[in-house]
Design a protein. Structure first.
Length: 214
């Protein structure tokens, strides 16, 4: 149930605040209502328990819209973020294209306000090359730095290396105001290195002339 407005305000007198947010003082309710009508606005009771009640001249429709907007923003802030897990395959041998797909998935989670745990698994002899896992994790940190911050840095637990990202709300809000999702950063040199070499054209063989014997 919202505040009383206009003719629904039965108590008189009231303490009036005008449309310029200036305190007018205590006046009779019909006079306050007349002033609101002359301004083309509403008389709204904003403090019913005061003595006398406090009323304000305002655009009630706009007031309701702003209140709904604030409530929606507060609900969004109070929403508990979920922890989403993104696994980089069963070993370090994951294809670079699959890594890219998982990074895009992580971006979607972060843009939605969720935290993301990145998991890199090691198999067999890969455990002796954990520095490769560190390199991959730091590349991911760089790739996601435009929308996220590292909450838990890379660490080993058995055969798993994990780290946790939290969405950087200020950067995400700024990005959304610019109007779009971030474009993935592509390492063109690495992409070119991953492409198989182009086959070289075969050398043309000169025809062998027959030598007459005899």
């Amino acid at each position: 149930m919202g505040p009383r407005i206009n003719e629904r305000i039965r108590i008189s007198p009231v303490r009036l605040i005008n449309e310029h947010n200036e305190m007018v003082g205590v006046i009779e309710t019909p006079e306050a209502l007349r002033r609101a009508q002359e301004a083309g606005l509403d008389l709204v009771e904003i403090a019913a328990t005061s003595s006398p009640p406090v009323c304000r001249i305002m655009d009630f429709g706009k007031f309701k819209y702003e209140q709904a907007k604030k409530e929606k923003a507060n609900k969004a802030k109070s929403k508990s973020a979920e922890l989403k897990e993104v696994r980089l395959g069963r070993s370090m041998k994951i294809d670079p294209h699959d890594v890219e797909i998982r990074l895009q998935q992580a971006r979607r989670f972060l843009m939605d306000g969720d935290k993301v745990q990145i998991v890199q698994n090691f198999r067999g002899r890969e455990m002796s090359h954990k520095d490769r896992g560190d390199t991959r994790m730091h590349e991911i940190i760089e790739r996601l730095s435009d929308i996220a911050k590292v909450e838990v840095p890379p660490r080993m637990a058995g055969r798993r290396m994990t780290m946790i990202f939290a969405p950087d709300r200020a950067k995400i809000d700024q990005l959304k105001r610019r109007g779009g999702a971030p474009r993935p950063r592509v390492d063109h040199e690495a992409a070119q290195a991953e492409q198989p070499p182009k086959p070289q054209p075969a050398l043309a063989m000169a025809p062998v002339s027959k030598v007459a014997t005899g």
